[in-house]
Design a protein around this ligand. Structure first.
Ligand code: AMP
Length: 189
């Protein structure tokens, strides 16, 4: 495993714990000799994780759609910055480059990105592990929703459990790095 995609807020959130745990995750990424793949912006937690990895000598690849490069100001010091035409190209490139995916707190963009790659694993389009850094219970309601889907027969227990939730960056990363995701073609009845 070489490359990890981090999906995260283009804002900082209103509790300093979001920034401090983002930095901790950046430390773990470098410690594990992983290359960071992310959205390419210098703003919010996106900028925090990129700065942290770069400051420790790690490599960071950003993928930013041209249309939003004014609002999500491009990071100027990345190892590589790919400016692409559309959001779809961004997501496809990030998904292809990454060997695993972690979402940390963020808004609807972050949510959409992690859920999309999670659904692709369900369909067997890839078998890359997905995880969620559940800082201060930020994603508890999402986990509850997945359990509701599972209980109602719309999501398999296997897939529900394959999305790793943890509040500790190092433990989360270690679990994700060891996770084996297997396609379950018999789920659709
Ligand atoms: P947010 O979590 O809303 O702060 O956004 C985090 C990142 O997700 C930003 O880089 C956004 O450009 C990106 N984003 C926003 N909407 C979408 C979307 N529909 N699909 C993929 N990424 C998105």
């Amino acid at each position: 495993m070489n490359n990890i995609a981090i999906f995260c807020g283009s804002n900082f959130g209103n509790d300093p714990i979001y920034t401090s745990l983002t930095k901790e995750l950046g430390n773990c990424i470098v410690k594990n000799k992983l290359r960071l793949i992310y959205g390419g912006a210098a703003v919010g937690l996106m900028g925090v994780v990129a700065d942290q990895v770069l400051s420790l000598g790690g490599e960071v690849i950003g993928v930013l759609p041209e249309k939003i490069s004014n609002t999500e100001i491009a990071h100027k010091h990345l190892t590589e910055l790919h400016v692409v035409a559309t959001m779809h190209e961004r997501k496809a490139m990030m998904a292809n480059l990454a060997d695993c995916f972690i979402a940390i707190p963020g808004g609807i963009g972050t949510l959409e990105e992690i859920i999309e790659v999670f659904t692709w694993a369900q369909l067997g389009f890839h078998s890359k592990p997905c995880g969620i850094l559940n800082v201060n219970g930020y994603y508890d309601k999402l986990q509850e929703l997945l359990m509701t889907m599972c209980g109602a027969g719309f999501l398999s227990e296997y897939h529900m459990k394959s999305l790793v939730f943890d509040d500790d960056p190092e433990r989360l990363l270690n679990t994700v790095l060891q996770q084996k995701v297997v396609y379950q073609p018999k789920w659709v009845k």
